[in-house]
Each structure stands twice: as C-alpha cells, then as structure tokens.
Design a protein around this ligand. Sequence first.
Ligand SMILES: Nc1ncnc2c1ncn2[C@@H]1O[C@H](COP(=O)(O)OP(=O)(O)OP(=O)(O)O)[C@@H](O)[C@H]1O
Length: 286
Amino acid sequence: MSAGAARQAPRIPPEDHVFVDDVKKSFGTTQVLKGVTMHLRRKETAVIIGGSGAGKTTLLRLLIGLEKPTSGHIWVDGEDIGPLGERPMNRVRQKFGMVFQYAALLDSLNIFDNVAFPLREHRKHMSEKDIRDKVVSMLNLLGLENKEKRMPSELSGGQRKRVGLARALMLEPKILIYDEPTSGLDPQTSRMVDDLIEETRDRFGVTSVVISHDMASTFRIAHQAFLVIQGQVVASGTPDELAYGESEIAREFIAASGVAPDRVGRVENFKQAPEGGAAVRYHPSS
Ligand SMILES: Nc1ncnc2c1ncn2[C@@H]1O[C@H](COP(=O)(O)OP(=O)(O)OP(=O)(O)O)[C@@H](O)[C@H]1O
C-alpha cells in the first residue's frame, strides 16, 4: 500500500488508545523505523526504551503527526492519522500533551504565563479570569502553590518538571507523552517524577507514553515496555517479562543497565495511599 493511503480499519481492540501498525520511516535512503508495531493501551503507561539512535524520537514525532510514516499506519482512537491534512491533524494533536525533556519552559515568562501559554494560543475565547482559575487550580493540584510569579530559573528541577506537566495538562489531553522525563535528575527527584507520572495517569485518566533511557524508572511505572533497537521493537511486555522472559536481547539490555525489576518494584507497590485516595503524594518541596 502506498504511503498515507486510507484503508479500512483493522480490528483494533477498544483498549488500544494508539495502535502503531507496521510503521516504516525512511529519511532519504536511511530507513530509521523498520516495521514497528505497538499497542498502546488506554490509561496505561507504555515506556519505550532503547539505545541512542534507535528511532524513539522519530516514533514520537510520528505519533503526534509531525512526520508521516513512509508506510504503515498509526491509529489514534481507531482513526488512521497518516492521511490527515493539517487541519484535521490539529484536532488529533489536541488529544496529545507533550512533557519535554528538561521541561522546556520559556525562561522569560513567569510560571503563571508559562502554564497559561497553551490556553492563550488555543483557547482564544477564554476570559482572563477563567485562564487564571484554571492555571492556579492546576498549579495547586501539582503542589506549586504561590509559585505563579516565580521565574523558571528560581525553581528546582523537580518543580520545573511539574510546571511542564501543568502546562501539558492545560488543554486536557487524553494521551501524555513524556520525552526522557528523568534525564539529568538525581535518583530522588527521578522517583518523584515517576510518582508524578503515575499519579497524573490515575487522577486524569490519561494514557502515558514515556520515552526513556532510565531502567529503574521503567520498572517503576511501565505496564508495558517496548525495547527498540535499530528501528525495530525487539521485545515487549511487562518489565518482568522483559527481564526474565525469552528474549535474550532484552535480558542482556536490562542486565547491562545494572537494575533488576525485583529490586525496584512498581510505584503503587511501595506507596501508601494517603487520605483522599490518591496512590501517591506530590512532594511540594522538591
Ligand atoms: N530528519 C532526519 N533526517 C535524517 N536522519 C534522521 C532524521 N531524524 C532522525 N534521523 C536519524 O534516525 C536515527 C534515529 O534517530 P532518533 O532521534 O529517532 O533516535 P533516538 O532513539 O531518539 O535517539 P536518542 O536516544 O539518542 O535521542 C538516527 O540515526 C538519526 O540520525
């Protein structure tokens, strides 16, 4: 089938929020993705791991429609996004929120204006009062009370991540993509970010897709992990299945990271539910 051609939807299980269906992507003569298939299930956390240059960022760009597959299909809520033009693609893009590596805040804007930015860009009809209410309640929810007037440089790494998350949540996405969320953070702050990812999934009912190099984080948050090497998914499954399953390449990849799943454990296994029922707490001071 030619690139981008629409076709009858295959039978996609309703729990598949995103179905990456035998996607290939080439730049010139270089084939970067060589037939990637992934079922990203609703309200779960999928972690995409792999070495440098494996094609993770390319896959991410395809998911949010910044690139088109050379062949294959990406189905979002059962809709093939490949053939979509810019306007319908913008509608699909609103289902996605991006939390960038290092939070990618605008240094010249204070925290309030950083978080309000997507509303001012995409919700032009919204009044300043409604914007203020929405931004302040999200900042409070994420443990960032009274930080509105601070500049990004005045916050810790963990706080900046939470501001980046608050901004990503402003347009109420259904799928949150985190690009290397724990990269460059100390272990304690990384754990806080893992908690935050799972708490956000729980509270907002979003599907999370995390691009990561961090195996400890993967073991803590992944319902499913996909190991991508040289443009192919060479193994997928729960972290336990990858670490102890049949795929030798997955076992070796995980062993090389020096982290074992039974030494880490999923977030909810070691967090007590505080009053109010949330699985984990935010850590306002970090
Ligand atoms: N626009 C492009 N044109 C040509 N080659 C590209 C382009 N984008 C990516 N590539 C190549 O595709 C390969 C995969 O890149 P990609 O950034 O997707 O990998 P990655 O898994 O995200 O790596 P990293 O973990 O280092 O960020 C690399 O060899 C890269 O040079």
